[in-house]
Design a protein around this ligand. Structure first.
Ligand code: C2O
Ligand code: CU
Ligand code: CU
Length: 483
């Protein structure tokens, strides 16, 4: 067993090398000759809120017939189980750390006590375990979980430690949205592999600048899957679980779809779109109507072109193939009103804080202590510094300002769900998925966004960071204390 572990460890190349700037355009997606769209889309197993997760070295067939070395929360799987709970449930999760370095779990989007939130210093040592116990006190939505140890979040999440959380509540249940086989989670992640198909995490300086992007787009842990569907409406719960890649989701035939929800649950009403931009960490709840398709039709979920700085959006590629294979009669109709969301008035905020995320500090480049190219208010994350102090229960406006920035940044706040007041510069308006509760908001170059939120009464330290995970580990993260 020891020997196997040693081999696996060396294959992972856990030591980050900044030695060379890559000229290989790794942001460009490519296809493998055999195996494209021949693996059936799996869904991770579901569990209730009481379970054990074991962070471990394991393997999974990401590519057809090829075993890839990955990290997992369960044996034989790159993604953890999908946790399905109801509002009010107590979650009790035992994390056993069988890695050779510290790890922890952050419950992305859940509003829970600070000591359960996976603060980067609140880690579990190798061989040790920790019980996460808290009550899910918020509305229905898709949230997710992943490690958050300082400087190692990107690598651990990328190598396979992540999973989805679906929270249900009475308001949503009453809508009778597509369920069972018609409700499908889609966790989209891009990967690089080494020659033996092991996942490869070895960011160069250039990767830290752009975010670590891979040539192979995986969904629910497998590369280029297909899914057989019936002539009915499907509810896809999409999570962009990629480290750095943004997707502009659409369909190969240009078909429209309905956006019904975002990070923090359902919108007030659906919005019909033909493409939707989803940044790392963001979720989208979409309805896709296959009812008018002839049996035998094939249509791809694709990434459409988009404009977001120099490193992304310049290539159209397929993500998942849907094959319409069964005729059924579908009587689904979507209610006009989905959810009650009271818009928060800017005037209700007691304070406005501005976070400049345009900074690009090149002075550290080339040195081995490579941290701090990406900053917030010109600061690099320091565990010994509390950057902001917020009163429990207070309402504030936070401004993310990427006006002079050249890179996209998906900004994420822990411990709270916010509403987006407005976007100025760049796209100049809000997209469909930004008109509900959010915890992560994408800023393209030139954009400034105002978000408004009421902090909970959970006191303690929470994080604010870019969810491009290379940027986060590079230090594009601050901490705030709720007092
Ligand atoms: Cu999903 Cu602090 O992150
Ligand atoms: Cu989070
Ligand atoms: Cu960033």
């Amino acid at each position: 067993m020891k020997t196997t572990y040693g081999l696996i460890l060396s294959a992972f190349a856990l030591i980050i090398s900044f030695s060379s700037c890559s000229s290989d355009p790794l942001d460009l997606v490519t296809t493998v000759t055999e195996g494209d769209f021949t693996i059936a889309l799996p869904s991770p197993p579901t569990t209730n809120g009481q379970m054990n997760l074991t962070a471990q070295f394991t393997t999974q067939n990401i590519f057809k017939g090829k075993s890839s070395k990955v990290l997992g929360y369960q044996s034989g799987s790159i993604l953890g189980p999908t946790i399905v709970v109801n509002t009010g449930d107590v979650m009790s999760v035992n994390l056993q750390n069988n890695l050779t370095e510290t790890t922890n779990i952050h419950w992305h989007g859940l509003v829970i006590p600070a000591n359960m939130d996976g603060h980067p210093e609140n880690v579990v040592q190798p061989g040790a375990s920790f019980d996460y116990t808290f009550t899910v006190a918020q509305r229905a939505g898709m949230y997710w979980y992943h490690p958050h140890p300082d400087g190692h979040t990107a690598k651990q999440a990328y190598l396979g430690l992540a999973g989805a959380i679906i929270v249900r509540d009475a308001e949503e249940n009453a809508l009778n949205l597509p369920s069972g086989e018609f409700e499908v989670p889609l966790v989209i992640q891009d990967k690089r592999i080494s020659t033996d198909y092991a996942l490869d995490y070895s960011p160069t300086m250039n990767d830290v600048m752009t975010g670590y992007m891979g040539k192979y787009i995986t969904v629910n842990g497998v590369y280029a899957p297909f899914k057989s569907v019936k002539t009915a409406t499907y509810r896809f719960r999409v999570l962009n679980g990629s480290n750095g890649r943004i997707y502009n989701l659409g369909f190969s035939n240009g078909a429209t779809f309905k956006v019904i929800g975002a990070d923090g649950g359902l919108l007030t009403t659906s919005q019909t779109v033909s493409s939707l931009l989803l940044g790392p960490g963001e979720r989208a709840d979409i309805l896709v109507d296959f009812s008018t398709y002839a049996v035998g039709t094939e249509v791809f979920l694709v990434n459409n072109l988009f404009s977001a700085g120099t490193s992304q959006g310049k290539q159209k590629f397929n993500i998942t193939k849907f094959i319409v294979d069964t005729k059924v009669s579908d009587s689904f109709t979507l209610p006009t009103t989905l959810s009650a969301i009271t818009p928060m008035a800017a005037s209700s905020a007691s304070r406005t804080r501005t976070f400049d995320i345009s900074n690009m500090e090149m002075s550290g480049m080339g040195s081995m202590a490579m941290k701090g190219m990406h900053r917030i208010n010109n600061k690099v994350y320091d565990k010994n510094r509390i950057d902001e102090v917020v009163a429990a229960g207070s309402t504030e406006i936070w401004v993310f300002d990427n006006s002079t920035g050249a890179e996209p940044h998906p900004m994420h706040i822990h411990g709270v769900q916010f509403q987006v007041l407005d976007r100025t510069g760049g796209r100049g308006s809000l997209i469909a998925s930004e008109k509900g509760w959010k915890d992560t908001i994408l800023l393209l170059p030139g954009e400034k966004v105002r978000v408004i939120m009421t902090f909970s009464n959970n006191k303690g330290l929470f994080m604010l960071h870019c969810h491009n995970l290379e940027h986060e580990d590079d230090g594009m993260m601050l901490q705030f204390e709720v007092q």
